[in-house]
Ligand binder design. Structure first.
Ligand code: UD1
Length: 330
């Protein structure tokens, strides 16, 4: 029998493309479904690429059948928090309703494993310094709620069927492929390190520091920045875990320690060699002061050993990719 397939939705996007690269290098049979609303076809370095939407149940069902799909890794989603506040239905439609349709197709096709991209945004404003997987779930923006609703559907479907799943709650994903082959090409970037990288190549004039009066050591927001290649490896390990018969699990993906916006800016200045313009502004809507992952559970469940827990490396790979992108786009 030929090898069973893995469907990767959103595999032309930032995180999905890094996972496709790692799975492809391992010889997995991949089919990548992406509507290219934010992704790029040339970021798909392995497998068959199909341009289409996860909400297209006919297309999804045919891919599940044609590739004999046993495992689905679902990245396709909108991810911009302020946009989710302004256009909530866009987020519930794309992130929640389409995930429901995808799950129905998976259920009908007998898919066994499902790996879902969730987010630290499901925790809202944490009550303590760390977010544990069983901490209260109280998202403060529609993006987080749209993901939490999908987590819930997945939990209920796994309880009612043979499906097993891993929910990965990402903290702040940053950095780019250390080989420089792929990276973060997002057109309208909002993420801190990406925006700072754009300032270093002159794509933007300045970085805005949102909020300097948070109850954190230097007054700016603190986040747990995880290198995208380590995050991609967590997906690979989650797939192996499910294939080995592991129970459904929800796991934080971070390093377990945070950096403030000012610390990130200092590192960008150090790696860049020239300071960037960074202006202080009021807080941005929907931003909690501090988000750091409790990481015992992921280490306990998956054989995951991060390799790039180093802010300088994260920033350097981001800046190198941004230079490449600037040269390519002219
Ligand atoms: C948010 C989500 C996260 C999601 C990500 C993708 C929450 C709590 N987290 O991360 O789940 O995956 O968006 O969109 O909703 N900052 C600046 N200037 C900038 C950009 C950011 O000062 O130009 C600050 C922010 O105020 C924050 C930190 O940098 O303190 C990180 O922000 P960002 O990179 O946008 O990610 P989050 O909002 O933490």
């Amino acid at each position: 029998m030929s090898q069973r397939g893995v469907l990767v939705t959103g595999g032309a996007g930032y995180i999905g493309s890094h996972v496709v690269k790692q799975l492809g290098a391992m010889g997995e049979r991949l089919v990548v479904l992406d509507n290219l609303s934010t992704g790029f076809a040339d970021a798909v370095t392995y497998g068959d690429f199909v341009q289409g939407d996860t909400g297209d149940t006919e297309l999804v069902s045919s891919l599940l059948r044609d590739y004999d799909v046993e495992s689905v890794i679902h990245f396709a989603a909108h991810t911009i928090v302020p946009e989710s506040v302004a256009q909530p239905l866009k987020y519930y439609g794309n992130n929640t309703c389409k995930t429901r349709n995808l799950l129905q197709c998976c259920n009908e096709a007998g898919v066994k494993h499902f790996i879902f991209s969730s987010t630290a945004a499901v925790y809202g404003i944490p009550t303590g310094p760390y977010c544990y997987e069983d901490s209260p779930l109280a998202p403060i923006n529609p993006y987080g709620t749209s993901k939490l609703m999908s987590e819930t559907m997945l939990r209920d479907l796994s309880a009612a069927s043979d499906l097993r799943h891993v929910v990965l709650r990402y903290f702040n994903v940053a950095g780019c492929d250390p080989d420089g082959e792929i990276g973060q090409s997002t057109r309208h970037a909002t993420l801190l390190i990406k925006v700072a990288a754009e300032v270093t190549v002159g794509k933007r004039e300045k970085l805005m520091i949102f909020g300097t009066d948070y109850p954190t050591p230097d007054g700016t927001g603190v986040r747990d920045y995880i290198h995208v290649s380590d995050l991609a490896d967590a997906h690979v390990k989650a797939l192996i875990y499910l294939r080995d018969g592991g129970d459904s699990a929800t796991l934080n993906c971070g390093y377990g320690h945070g950096y403030s916006v000012r610390e990130v800016v200092d590192m960008v200045n150090k790696v860049n060699g020239t300071p960037i313009v960074a202006e202080e502004h009021p807080r941005r809507a929907g931003d909690p002061p501090e988000l750091v992952a409790a990481v015992d559970k992921i280490h306990e469940r998956l054989e995951w050993k991060p390799q790039y827990d180093n802010l300088e490396f994260i920033v350097r790979t981001s800046l190198e990719w941004e230079k490449k992108l600037a040269a390519k786009r002219g």
